[in-house]
Design a protein around this ligand. Structure first.
Ligand code: HEC
Ligand code: HEC
Length: 304
């Protein structure tokens, strides 16, 4: 016989000597249990809790008043969504004096005001990551075939405050017709592609480039949009073809001369209309656009 017999047991024995004791629960445990029950009842009374048909108990805690996205003031029972809305309202209200100050200050003075620039950096960063980073990447460095780099000092549509503000407000859509709208044949396209590559010191066939020069400034009609110096015309958003910056023709990714000529020839043959910068005028407030303008011009850098 085991010594279990001397204790309070339920009388069940397993494996000859395993018995179930009937000791009372420890008091600390019991009280913790009662407290959780009391807590849950208090919680049911204060907060939304039980489903009731198609509705639920709303709780008797404080109501929350907030302004929704449509500008309507709403008062409702306590809930996480309303709480978040209220906190957002407060954050927006706290930022409003700053946005107003930016709106009332000329661009050049904003950039010299350390306090305002601090606001531009943090608010601009949030606005940029929410609205722009999907295409221009988080740091604004852009991506070939998607959206231009906003960090460098090369600008397709102009890099002054006013031009950047205009770009963001009304959007941009640079269009190049196939073959620039001309009737040049495949051989001429290859020649003018060699000329374009020669402008930025890329590997090219010198003889073909010479013929391409004549086409560029003649029947290819390229100079009409890209300018006689091929540096691009900001009003048209035509690319500067003399720098090492490429947005659509994947010249940097092409391993050799043949592939580079092919990459440029493809753009010339097919033309371009992929590059579409959306207009933010209806979606962001003028103050938000102004903050973004200064953010792009001064914080990302490269503004003119
Ligand atoms: C859907 C993708 C997309 C989004 C989102 C987008 N952009 Fe753009 N952005 C473009 C493209 C594409 C271009 C180039 C258009 C072209 O070359 O025709 C461009 C051009 C620009 C330019 C002109 C660059 C230059 O060299 O002149 C600026 C400035 C700019 N974007 C800022 C912004 C800002 C600020 C936002 C956020 C509010 C934003 N973009 C959101 C795609 C986008
Ligand atoms: C009607 C105006 C127009 C004509 C004509 C034109 N282009 Fe363009 N071209 C553009 C525009 C606008 C862009 C930029 C499109 C964008 O960014 O969305 C561009 C872009 C390019 C690019 C791409 C640059 C890059 O960064 O990847 C090349 C290469 C190019 N053009 C070469 C030519 C050549 C060669 C000709 C003559 C056969 C020509 N273009 C004629 C307007 C024109």
């Amino acid at each position: 016989m085991s010594d279990n017999a001397s204790k309070n047991t339920t009388g069940h024995v397993w494996d000859e000597d395993l018995a179930e004791l009937t000791n009372p629960l420890p008091n600390w445990w019991l009280w913790a249990f009662y407290i959780t029950i009391i807590f849950s009842v208090v919680y049911w009374i204060i907060y939304p809790a039980w489903p009731m048909g198609k509705s639920f108990t709303k709780g008797m805690g404080n109501t929350i008043t907030y302004v929704n996205n449509k500008g309507e003031t709403k008062t409702t029972h306590w809930n996480m969504r309303a709480k978040l809305m209220k906190e957002t309202n407060e954050a927006v209200a706290a930022q409003k004096p700053w946005f107003d100050k930016v709106a009332a200050t000329p661009f050049e003075e904003i950039s010299k005001n350390a306090e305002l620039m601090q606001f531009v950096q943090s608010a601009g960063k949030t606005l940029f990551s929410e609205n722009c980073a999907a295409c221009h990447m988080a740091g604004g460095q852009g991506k070939l075939g998607l959206a231009p780099n906003l960090v460098d000092d090369s600008w397709i549509f102009g890099g002054t405050y006013e031009k950047i503000q205009e770009t963001i407000t009304i959007g941009r859509h640079g269009i190049m017709p196939p073959k620039g709208g001309s009737q040049i044949n495949d051989e001429q396209i290859a020649q003018v592609a060699n000329y374009v590559l020669s402008l930025s010191g890329e590997p090219h066939d010198a003889e073909a480039a010479k013929a391409g020069d004549a086409i560029f400034h003649g029947e290819g009609m390229c100079a009409a949009c890209h300018g006689p110096d091929a540096k691009g015309i900001p009003e048209m958003g035509s690319a500067n073809l003399t720098d090492k910056i490429w947005l659509w023709a994947d010249v940097p990714g092409a391993p050799d001369q043949v592939a580079k000529v092919k990459a440029v020839s493809e753009v010339i043959t097919n033309g371009l209309s992929r590059g579409k910068m959306p207009a933010w005028g209806g979606r962001l407030s003028p103050e938000q656009i102004k903050v973004l303008t200064v953010y792009v011009h001064d914080t990302l850098g490269g503004g003119k």
